[in-house]
Ligand binder design. Structure first.
Ligand code: SAM
Length: 226
């Protein structure tokens, strides 16, 4: 297992791994591997857009000390479970609006106390902002037409100055009619108008053909690259 440029993420060959917070337990059927007496979970890029983003060339040093994170669109907790591995002492708030997805998320959180699930609509951050407070990382993966507006509203409410935003932009949820590049350009322009710096843009194909990941620095935070 070799360390990578992203704290807590390991690599063996082409595969990424995180250290399993619950040794012996799988979350979504992933491989478990033991090295040096430590158990790791394989992080599947076809199942998790964050793993895809790392493998497709996200910049190193994306996070340093994460004490709290807000994750919008947790679904059953596939990606969330790896954040739970990465930051055992953090509070990872997970917003999910579907009661069907929320049930397995809740079960996962019972076994992983750093996960704090919220059954809520990410379009209404005022409903959970008081519980969440200010976070170091805002991650969004919701297939909604107004994805950028949702991200901006949550960032305005909860993201710390100097924090990091990751927006998994599902291009075809914004519109079916315009070229992908134009949709991404408009999304970037809207974010920049709101004061964000785009630190990286990463296409997720072949792992996720419809998504482009944007790594964002909020207003007045220093940007690494545009
Ligand atoms: C593609 S799935 C997320 C997969 C998950 N991020 C992962 O990598 O494991 C999108 C999720 O967003 C949820 N979602 C969509 N709109 C939402 C909203 N407005 N508020 C909260 N959750 C929402 C859906 O119910 C669905 O579970």
């Amino acid at each position: 297992m070799d360390p990578t440029g992203w704290a807590g993420v390991f690599r063996e060959g082409r595969d990424l791994y995180t250290r399993n917070l619950r040794p012996g337990e799988r979350v979504y059927g992933e491989d478990l591997r033991t090295a040096g007496g430590v158990e790791y979970r394989r992080w599947e890029p076809f199942r998790s857009k964050l793993a895809a983003m790392l493998l497709k060339g996200a910049p190193p040093g994306l996070w340093t000390e994460v004490r709290s994170a807000l994750y919008l669109g947790g679904a059953h907790g596939t990606t969330v479970s790896h954040l739970s591995d990465l930051w055992p002492d953090a509070d990872v708030f997970v917003v999910e609006k579907s009661p069907v997805s929320f049930a397995p998320l809740l079960a996962l959180a019972r076994r992983r106390p750093n996960l704090l699930p919220l059954l809520a609509d990410a379009q209404l951050p005022e409903r959970y902002a008081a519980d969440v407070g200010t976070v170091d990382l805002l991650y969004q993966d919701v297939a909604q037409r107004n994805q950028v507006a949702i991200f901006l509203e949550n960032a305005r409410t909860c993201l710390a100055e100097g924090g990091t935003g990751v927006l998994m932009l599902k291009v075809r949820s914004v519109t079916q009619r315009r070229p992908v590049a134009a949709v991404v350009r408009d999304a970037r322009a809207e974010l920049v108008r709101a004061g964000f710096a785009v630190r990286a843009e990463v296409g997720l194909a072949p792992f996720s053909k419809e998504h482009v990941a944007l790594v964002l620095a909020p207003p007045s935070a220093p940007s690494i690259a545009r």
